[in-house]
Design a protein around this ligand. Sequence first.
Ligand code: ADP
Ligand code: ZN
Length: 594
Amino acid sequence: MTAPNLLDQLHSTFGFSAFRGVQERVVDRVMAGQSTLAVMPTGAGKSLTYQLPAVALPGTCVVISPLIALMHDQLRAARANGIRAASLTSADSEDYREAAIDAFRAGELDLLYVAPERASQGHFRELLSKAPVSLFAIDEAHCVSEWGHDFRPDYRALRPLMDSFAQVPRLALTATADAHTRADILAQLGIPEDGLIVAGFDRPNIRYQIRHRDNPVRQLATLMAEQPGPGIVYAPTRKKTEDLAEKLAAATGRTVLPYHAGLDPQLRAANQAAFVASEDMVMVATVAFGMGIDKPDVRFVAHAGVPKSIESYYQETGRAGRDGDASLALLLWAADDFARARHRLGEVEESRREGERTRIDAMAALVETAGCRRALLLRHFGEDPPEKCGNCDNCLEAPGVVDATVLAQKLLSAVYRTGQSYGFGHVEKVLTGAVDDRVTQRGHDQLSVFGIVTSDEAPLLRPLVRALQARGSLVPTEHGGLALGGDAKAVLKGDAAVMIALAPRQERGRKGRRDRAGGVNPTGDPLFDALRALRRDLAAEAGVPPYVIFHDSTLREMAQVRPASLAELAELGGVGTRKLEAYGDAFLTVIRQH
Ligand code: ADP
Ligand code: ZN
């Protein structure tokens, strides 16, 4: 059990009344001087597990973090809570670094952030011997493993450094590590096996939605209308990011900016900074965007094309809703995305081809499933989730499931009999018995498949061809025709079934139900709006993003509870002592005026 004074500290420093998930187990181990590897998904609150002990324990907690931008975000947030924190990086000025070193030696720092390359230098070790160290916190700990996706050799020098301070506990943190990588991190950082704590992967506040891409601009504009907060739209190419950004801005009147690696670096940095500071901006970006940004109030992540794997999809959608508020992940897919990905398999090295194919198949299964999306995702990561989550499109509105095996056989044999070189339009005509010049010239009206699809079945042909393309039973030819692939023969022989999920008529039924998954903030509440305006002013004054002052959830509580005194304000989530002193009176004044 956690000591009561630690809970007091949790409240006074961070304004939180309880731990979340595995935080308590992690903090308890750290406080007991035990080394730990915590695997926690994005948004689970990793930083608190070292920041709280850093405040509670005598001495300084040394944090190793690989990205300077991330480090500075965390530093800013820690300082806003009154934690004594500094960094030692190449981006800091000489004077700043000297002051940080002096503060460390004088025992005046709770947190000292360093980059791994500095941590491995001899004089850093010497510096650490000059004042007590309470804890080594190793952020993004998967960087120490060659099995991880982001190996950094500098992380290997951490072990010898930490070994020379053997009595100091170690806390390694990561959001992504499969079993193999976890074992490697434990070994590389000298953490006992029983020090592994793994939180579930689930992000219950994210609602998963997957739709066919009929009209991306309209579909995304609809999403933006329902989600007034900040959002990210991932687009597959640089050109598409610019194109979509322009069209979405025109369609919605909101600020929408592009981001990709080809933009002028200054413009790119400016767009990113604008996004981080904004309460309602949308960034249309390639996947280059997002690493090293931990904006907590991203309300939606949309994909305008199919990501390359479930892992990427989960990582990218995971950038939504770190603050725990309801958020949306919308994926728009088309058969083309899969056709192209499968086509590219031909260029992949033989040894990697099977792995790539499996990744595409897994994505196809995700978009095609009529079952719970979250359950499929979590099973992919080795968990054993309940069958239904209640917060994905399929759970909220079950799609129709149709056994289309016979229709698939008709379609596949028409493709086969017409010579595997025509596109869907022609094949559809043959199947439905529509005659045009091309059909008659080629003699396709004489084939046994001519006109074998009934008018009842005909509307299913299009969703069916998408499904068959997604699962690879139909593949594109070089000239845009369709050919048999994958399990097509098995389907034709009756050895494989084809079930297709038909989305409920969500897009067409414009008057239909509108689930405002992300619309958790009140609209038209003058007090809430005024509190936000004050937050904006204070943020501008302090040169920090608004969420560093208070999260939306705290402002919502303020508007609802209407605290009348500092003591009442202190009871709200996210209001620690420091913020109470710095901003309490200003917010109370606004509350009184409304
Ligand atoms: P991670 O690094 O694991 O992605 P963060 O450390 O950035 O997550 O925390 C995510 C969010 O959760 C932050 O906005 C933080 O304020 C909030 N948070 C963390 N711990 C708690 C808690 N015990 N109660 C309420 N909110 C919390
Ligand atoms: Zn579900």
